[in-house]
Design a protein around this ligand. Structure first.
Ligand code: AMP
Length: 256
């Protein structure tokens, strides 16, 4: 059983890297932001509670977040372990988490703010199925249209300059101290998040002492087959009224 936390500023590829590692090691990928987004999309009570906060780029209240994480982990569908992304985001959440769960490692994806801005402003979300795209890494086959369901691709409500500024500020003020807590426990491996996602993935594995992952199979045009394809086959899934799914950043991904 392996239990990992993945941390990094918005657009650093947490969802993509968590999905890649999770699929290979049979870890359940839990993305708190994705759970919220699916609830907003499905107009649940929780969705109504978090929508405005999320759109402004602010952090949702700790009680609500901790309740969601507790409920999700209580599903106990993670026989081989989990990788959690987007949590903990401040010191209180970190303390709550460490009181309840032991972890094997914290993956810290390091990326400068200038690169974050470039990536985040190129993100698009399918208004139909929630699939997440990044136009810098892989455009859909038809511009503005989801490869999976044909739905219209729109920017995430919180991927605006204004909301991004709030989120970056919060990250540096509130989430960096979380890294310090984890560093003191010697859990943290830091990886440069700027290279291609396969390179980042191999660096994560090397630093965690895991065997290297399978290299992507080249397609006929010489590009890695994963490029332009959904990196995960997961679809937004609903469970017990709490939609739960993984998130993604770099290519078409289920949310995140
Ligand atoms: P993310 O997809 O991780 O960028 O999360 C999207 C949004 O969900 C954030 O901007 C917050 O509004 C909310 N959110 C996600 N995770 C947390 C958390 N651990 N604490 C508070 N708010 C969160």
């Amino acid at each position: 059983m392996r239990k990992y936390v993945i941390m990094g500023v918005q657009g650093s590829g947490k969802g993509t890297q968590a999905t890649m590692l999770g699929e290979d090691l049979d870890l359940v990928h839990i993305s708190v932001g994705e759970i919220f987004r699916l609830n907003v999309q499905q107009h649940t009570k929780l969705g109504a509670q978090v929508r405005r906060t999320m759109a402004a780029g602010e952090l949702v209240g700790d009680d609500l977040v901790e309740g969601v994480v507790k409920a999700r982990l209580a599903e106990h569908d993670w026989n081989f372990g989990f990788i959690i992304d987007g949590f903990p985001r401040n010191e209180r959440q970190a303390e709550f988490f460490l009181e309840s769960y032991d972890i094997d490692g914290v993956i810290h994806l390091d990326m400068p703010d200038s690169e974050v801005r470039r990536r985040v402003l190129a993100r698009r979300l399918c208004s139909g199925c929630g699939m997440d795209y990044n136009l810098l890494a892989s455009s859909p086959a038809v511009a503005g249209q989801c490869d999976v369901c044909g739905g219209e691709l729109i920017p995430r409500e919180d991927d605006t300059e204004e909301a991004l500024a709030v989120r970056l500020r919060d990250y540096h003020q509130k989430t960096n101290p979380v890294l310090d807590i984890f560093r003191r426990k010697e859990y943290v491996v830091t990886v440069d998040a700027r290279p291609d996602r396969e390179i980042v993935q191999q660096a994560i594995r090397a630093k965690l002492g895991l065997p290297p992952g399978a290299l992507p199979v080249p397609s006929q045009d010489g590009q890695p087959a994963s490029s332009g394809q959904p990196a995960s086959s997961g679809q937004p899934a609903s469970s017990g009224g709490q939609p739960a799914s993984s998130g993604g950043q770099a290519g078409p991904q289920p949310g995140g």
